[in-house]
Design a binder for this molecule. Structure first.
Ligand SMILES: NC(=O)c1ccc[n+]([C@@H]2O[C@H](COP(=O)([O-])OP(=O)(O)OC[C@H]3O[C@@H](n4cnc5c(N)ncnc54)[C@H](O)[C@@H]3O)[C@@H](O)[C@H]2O)c1
Ligand SMILES: O=C[C@H](O)CS(=O)(=O)O
Length: 477
């Protein structure tokens, strides 16, 4: 199998052409800091040209079946090139290659689901004749693509979260201008080569690379961008919301995910899943388990199991298949996590395991004796730290989980249907996962949070709804 790219030096992708630029920036292997590629720096005229290309391409018919075909083809090409994509993800994110391989598989499913959903975009008949005086009228709705979609994505899931924006946008008949994260752009650029190979019409996908605070505002402030879909930090999301004006904005933001382990739970299973979903991608996952509330009756047994499982996690080179956790995205992030943990310890928290930094690595860490005001509980750690606390009754723990500015997903381990239904009604999140952790997601489910976790839902069917406009047509016969 030929590699998708012979080397990983990429220009911008505008109007179906790769544009090399004088000014480039290196992309580094996050484990050994070696250069693995380079990308071009976008300027204001590049942004304008990319948006213009997307706008012009939108005027050229791109049939529903052709969209379906292109998306299916790219999904297959991803599968055919799994090892190359997994290696690039592992190197540019620092994600263990086994996790990266899983991301490639999920990305293919996301694109396949986008292709299938392209065939399910429909309106409905509206019985206006039910209104007196409208007996002779007929009405139905239709959905239309919004036009130019600006897609901005984060560093941590550089393939699947791009597919979650590009797939539905193209399926709905839009054009896209994509700005991937500056730390991990190569995966999106490799994916773009697959869209090129699959015959995507020129201008339907344009890719700009560079620093978010420089390129992002040029893109989001462009009046020819009809809709913005952003995944990233609440701080940036809030800024984009303000810049967007009256345009639709989908925001997939942060979280400080909670998971409850009730007295009737299988605490050994819960401990294994918590240890896994607290430290996947070094905790750099928006639904990573960050707060665990364990009923008093099983607290000690659970803590022992999660401490044991966590202490056995193997750190190392993400390209080593035996590695279970790699480095963080940057040393300054590992330093930030170290500072937050040290601050918590100074306020009385206890390090049950971990708690040490080694350069860009931060050990998987379990904290106890925490309180809700500590940064490791109150803010999004986005790192390999989980805080374990206890509770006595259902109402108490529901109040703990809800005591957050965020509300993306939460987990609940219990065999009590009554408690699960109560939690479903009373825990204020976008998704409640019963008998698994907050970290559960399959790519065709509706996914998105409330409060500071954002607005809108992803999952191709739901993203397509946000990337299309509904029109009613009424006939006075
Ligand atoms: N809810 C979700 O589905 C989800 C998924 C993954 C990550 N996240 C969140 O993303 C964050 C981590 O990712 P990150 O560090 O890449 O986030 P980030 O907000 O720093 O960057 C995200 C993207 O925004 C760009 N950007 C930065 N400043 C910008 C600006 N002023 N205008 C426009 N674009 C700008 C960046 O270049 C990048 O492409 C965490 O908060 C995490 O919870 C959420
Ligand atoms: O980081 C947040 C991601 O949306 C989680 S997942 O990789 O999509 O499951």
């Amino acid at each position: 199998m030929n590699k998708v790219a012979t080397d990983y030096s990429f220009g911008l992708f505008i109007n179906g052409e790769w544009r090399t630029k004088e000014e480039t920036v290196p992309v580094l292997n996050k484990y050994n800091r070696e250069k693995i590629g380079e990308t071009a720096v976008t300027n204001e005229s590049d942004v304008k040209e990319a948006v213009e290309s997307a706008k012009e391409a939108f005027k050229v018919p791109f049939s529903l079946y052709d969209r379906y075909q292109v998306l299916l083809k790219v999904a297959q090409l991803l599968r055919d090139n799994t090892e190359e994509f997994a290696a690039v993800i592992a190197k540019e994110v620092g994600k263990p290659v086994n996790e990266a391989r899983g991301e490639v598989g999920r990305s293919a499913l996301t694109l396949e689901n986008s292709a299938e959903e392209a065939k399910r975009i429909h309106g409905e008949e509206i019985p206006v004749e039910a209104a007196p005086g409208s007996e002779n009228r007929k009405a139905f709705t239709r959905r239309y693509p919004v036009g130019v979609v600006a897609a901005i994505t984060p560093f941590n899931v550089p393939l699947n979260l791009v597919c979650h924006k590009v797939g539905p946008a193209l399926a709905a008949g839009n054009s896209v201008v994509l700005k991937p994260a500056e730390q991990t752009p190569l995966t999106a650029l490799l994916l773009t080569k697959l869209f090129e190979e699959a015959g995507l019409p020129k201008g339907r996908l344009n890719v700009l690379t560079g620093e978010g605070h420089e390129v992002g505002p040029l893109l989001t402030s462009n009046p020819d961008v009809n809709m913005i879909t952003f995944t990233g930090s609440p701080q940036v999301g809030e800024r984009i919301r303000k810049e967007a004006g009256l345009r639709d904005v989908a925001l997939e933001l942060g979280n400080n995910s909670a998971t409850i382990v009730h007295k009737d739970a299988d605490f050994e299973q819960a401990a294994q899943l918590v240890a896994q979903k607290s430290f996947n991608n070094a905790g750099q996952v928006c639904i990573s388990v960050q707060r665990v509330y364990v009923h008093d009756a099983v607290y000690d047994q659970f803590l022992e199991k999660v401490r044991e499982a966590t202490s056995q996690i193997k750190l190392g080179d993400p390209m080593d298949p035996s590695t279970q956790m790699g480095p963080m995205i940057a040393e300054e992030e590992a330093v930030r996590v170290e500072e937050w943990v040290n601050e918590a310890v100074a306020e009385g928290a206890v390090v049950e395991t971990g708690g040490k930094r080694d350069g860009v690595f931060y050990q998987p860490t379990v904290l106890t004796n925490v309180n809700a005001e500590m940064k490791v509980c109150k803010q999004e750690v986005f790192g390999p730290v989980v805080a374990v606390d206890s509770y006595a009754d259902e109402d108490e723990v529901i109040s703990y989980v809800n005591d957050s500015e965020y509300g993306l997903q939460a987990g609940l381990f219990t065999n009590s249907l009554a408690f699960a239904m109560k939690a479903m009604d009373q825990i204020h999140v976008g998704g409640l996962i019963v008998n698994d952790t907050s970290g559960y997601r399959v790519d065709h489910m509706p996914y998105g949070g409330v409060k500071k976790s954002g607005t809108g839902k992803e999952g191709p069917r739901y993203a397509i709804e946000e990337m299309t406009e509904e029109k009613i047509v009424v006939f006075n016969l």
